[in-house]
Design a protein. Structure first.
Ligand code: PMV
Length: 353
């Protein structure tokens, strides 16, 4: 039987880049894993034509915007991804929201008399660079598409077409705001698990693995991802013969790393991570603090260590034998990092009961 709810809570995981950053912006593959710290979003369809947002984690309280003005005027940073996600969903599916709200709302039968009330809360600090904005975007698009679905009977079984549609619209939202990015973070939020991912979602291949013996260290430094992408792009313009070669080498090592992960050959995986770090250092995105933490981890016996993400700040990762993990974690702490206890391979976007 068809049933209509006017409220839903969904959650999506954060992400951690394992290998392939920067090169993945330019048509090469990367490997990304979803982490078990999640963004939760409650979306309610309301019969007033406003977007209402409460996102206390990013200092947004009682934000209101007429639905007809979405995307216009000044938008506080913490509200941007949510507002543009709602706008993009409406532009794609105006009939769905209008039609379904009429079915349960006797107060306002007109099509232009509906709105959305959203509350977000995140389990992870937006500081770590786990991709809270992308996770929130994916939650909004998924929640709206579930709330306005024509056929709710099938809602337990999201087909791969549905997942790709959620990825595409969420990725468009991120690009509308940031202008750049491969979409790897959006893919992790949608699909979860560990993914072999090629630029723009040209290829998104989940691979079945268990936990990886990784240690994550947070540098305490925040640096702008888009600025780093731009800086690398400038180098590529001036030295295309060097930088394009580096991207190609990174693509090769990512392919090898995929095999190493699938065969649980963590020694090889560690060596490939070290190669990857060397290339990232050549691109100029390593940074002293991350380098200190990475070298400390290697000296303490890690198989390998590298930065994770755009570089300079956020996190580094190390891979080590189980009996070395604690020593490696201590070394990262001594180098000034904060070890973060998260599990990888978390579930993708889902409805929370
Ligand atoms: O800084 P992060 O965690 O958002 O990672 C950025 C990774 C890049 O490859 C530099 C950009 C991208 O969108 O792939």
């Amino acid at each position: 039987m068809k049933q209509f709810n006017n409220s839903i809570t969904v959650s999506a995981p954060g992400k951690l880049m394992l290998l392939g950053e920067h090169a993945v912006v330019y048509g090469r593959p990367c490997i990304v894993t979803a982490v078990n710290q999640r963004m939760r979003v409650t979306v309610e369809l309301i019969d007033q034509p406003v977007l209402e947002l409460n996102a206390p984690d990013v200092q947004v309280t009682d934000y209101k915007k007429p639905m007809s003005n979405l995307g216009q005027g000044n938008i506080p940073t913490g509200a941007k991804f949510v507002e543009i996600a709602v706008k993009n969903f409406l532009n794609c599916h105006p009939e769905r929201l209008a039609k379904d709200i009429n079915l349960y709302s006797s107060a306002s039968p007109q099509n232009d008399k509906f709105g959305v009330k959203i509350t977000t809360s995140s389990e992870f600090s937006s500081q770590f660079g786990f991709g809270s904005s992308s996770a929130a975007t994916v939650c909004i698009i998924y929640a709206l598409s579930e709330l306005t679905r024509q056929n709710l009977d099938n809602k337990q079984s999201l087909r791969s077409d549905d997942l790709k549609a959620i990825f595409d619209l969420s990725y468009k939202t991120v690009l509308d705001i940031q202008g750049k990015g491969s979409g790897f973070d959006v893919a992790a939020a949608v699909y979860g698990g560990t993914l072999y991912f090629v630029t723009d979602g040209k290829l998104i291949k989940p691979f079945k693995i268990d936990q990886l013996p990784i240690i994550i260290g947070y540098s305490g430094i925040k640096f702008d991802t888009v600025r780093l992408i731009d800086e690398v792009a400038k180098k590529a313009e001036k030295y295309p013969f060097i930088i394009n070669n580096i991207y190609d080498q990174i693509a090769k090592l990512v392919k090898k790393a995929k095999k190493a992960i699938l065969t649980t050959d963590f020694i090889t995986l560690g060596e490939l991570m070290n190669f990857n770090e060397g290339y990232l250092s050549t691109l100029g995105v390593e940074g002293k603090k991350l380098a200190d933490m990475i070298y400390a981890a290697r000296d303490a016996g890690a198989y390998g260590a590298k930065l994770s993400g755009a570089g300079i700040g956020d996190c580094m990762i190390a891979i080590a034998a189980e009996d070395k993990k604690q020593t490696v974690a201590n070394a990262i702490t001594q180098a000034g990092g904060q070890v973060i206890d998260v599990k990888v391979n978390a579930k993708g976007v889902r409805i929370e009961l």
